[in-house]
Design a protein around this ligand. Sequence first.
Ligand SMILES: [Zn+2]
Length: 262
Amino acid sequence: MKNNQSYLSIFEHLINQKSLSHAYLFNGLDVLFMQDIVHKIIQYFFCTSPQKSKKGSCQQCKNCLSIKDRDFSGIMEINDPKQMIRIDQIRNLTSVADYSDLSQKANFFIINHAELMNENSQNALLKHLESPADNRYFFLLTQNKYLLLPTIVSRCEIVYFQNNLLLNKKLEDPLIMEFVRLLSIKNPLAYIILTTNLKPKIKEQGSEFFLYALLNAYHKIKDTSEKSRQLILLSQNLPQVRLNIDFERLMEMFCLEVLSED
Ligand SMILES: [Zn+2]
């Protein structure tokens, strides 16, 4: 699946078949892109135009417009969190989901950067995913599903977003390329770049992005087969790397190890 139309048509089909699942986990590096897809899916769900089954949502009816303006009562969203998502934010988000079905209206819950939920937050969310009420739909958007509890992941249908152009462009990160170049000639500056410049990047973009960018950089720089192999091993351990901070530590250890080789 390469563009938003192919993602959308799958969901439009599910909506037409009335077989939309109660929980989806969107995994990809471009959270804004995934967020846009979710809003388009919801527009399609609520669109009142009789033409919608043929042409996507109409973008003109009252529902389409208010969803576009982010002014729609059926959507609860945690938008662009800058730090850990706390349990009270999850309770606040899901308080609507707790109501018994007094209204038949569907509700959508979106959590952007779901990997920022701490363990308590995830457990608070879990009960909603375990026994979802009718007409409740959860969309969790994350850059790295391995940072979520396995119990959360196993209750969601996972959709991978990995092939968009933006991603490929971002993978060419000059700072990461420079880090790899310095590391490959065992220049200790590599460690300084990692700890001062790249750590904020890991926080900002997620460990999965960072790892892919690293692998990409190794691929472009000669004399790296052994290092690449080690990094691939590292990436296979990612399921155990639950938090970016663990990833940062792993990267530091990896870097020191390379630098101290004879
Ligand atoms: Zn419409």
